[in-house]
Write a protein that binds this ligand. Structure first.
Ligand SMILES: [Zn+2]
Length: 308
């Protein structure tokens, strides 16, 4: 038993050493751990609920350093929704770089409103990408961007509030608000790329070649995958998705949706994948390996966008 434990400890050490030697700036195990913490703190995150407030607190607590420097923007607004006027909040954590321009990395952090009825937790859909952005924040805090500034956007109200599913008037509330606000104050002209992280933790993840994304950013994603040894985890499927990048695409910003929409076996009767927007979107569907792939791709993408 003792020997086994010692061996296990030695193996764990070797694994950790190898991971850093192989150059993973952000650890997939850490992203998994943060996902679990987030789900424990705020399992149900529908707008207007105490769980949503707990999610906001979780994000604020992780960016206390940025808040103390004036680099955490709390962007509160009110949206017309099918269930009336609802308060919503985007959080923007800013990591200043050395050259003029901004790379935005965004994830929605809330959960679908109608799916409250089934106790939906969104481990893959919202939670793991919120965790990914928090882990990226930890990295950029200790390794400040040497090129463009990096802004992490935790956006609210990505999901539909009504029961009809995602329609343009009932979805993407946070990013629609942000795109309009940043158009008004001139910020939008500084954005070199708006990159969305969505559904990036599934064990069998393969990131889609997403049809609304800007071609040169898709090329950089392929290049990032090659450089980090993850080419087999991207572009097996093509898919065009109405996601958080749309309001920025409509305003001429280069956009990229990093997403694996496929999630579990396809169900003909629902016309959707088995784990998407069902009670089956739980932590056991995710893997450290997929989260590692996602983390590696995001760090590499930022470097490549800097050089573009
Ligand atoms: Zn969703």
């Amino acid at each position: 038993m003792n020997l086994l434990r010692t061996l296990a400890a030695a193996l764990a050490l070797t694994t950790t050493t190898l991971a850093s030697a192989q150059g993973h700036p952000v650890s997939g195990a850490k992203v998994m751990d943060l996902t679990k913490q987030y789900l424990a703190a705020a399992p149900h995150r529908a707008i207007g609920t105490p769980g949503h407030e707990a999610a906001e607190k979780f994000i604020r607590d992780h960016f206390a350093t940025e808040a103390s420097k004036g680099n955490l923007v709390v962007d509160k607004f009110t949206a017309h929704t099918p269930v009336g006027m609802q308060p919503m909040t985007n959080y923007i954590a800013k990591f200043p770089g050395k050259k003029d321009g901004v790379i935005v990395l965004a994830s929605h952090y809330e959960t679908n409103y109608p799916l409250q009825s089934i106790g939906f937790v969104g481990a893959n859909d919202g939670a793991c990408t919120t965790a990914l952005l928090i882990a990226l924040g930890d990295y950029y805090r200790t390794h400040p961007p040497q090129g463009y500034s990096v802004w992490l956007v935790f956006d609210d109200g990505e999901e539909a509030v009504g029961k009809e599913g995602m329609v343009p008037s009932d979805s993407l509330y946070g990013v629609r608000h942000l795109a309009a606000k940043w158009s008004g104050d001139g910020t939008i002209g500084k954005i070199k790329a708006f990159v969305v992280a969505d559904m990036l933790g599934w064990k069998s993840m393969n990131i889609d070649r997403e049809g609304n994304s800007t071609p040169w950013l898709l090329d950089l994603l392929a290049k990032a995958a090659k450089t980090t040894g993850h080419s087999s985890s991207v572009f097996a499927n093509e898919m065009t998705i109405e996601d958080d990048h749309i309001p920025f695409k409509q305003r001429g910003v280069p956009v990229l949706d990093v997403i694996c929409y496929e999630y579990g076996p396809y169900e003909q009767n629902r016309g959707d994948y088995a784990f998407h927007h069902t009670a089956k979107d739980t932590i056991d569907k995710l893997s450290v390996a997929s989260l590692q792939t996602s983390a590696d791709l995001f760090v590499e993408l930022v470097k490549l966008i800097d050089q573009h």
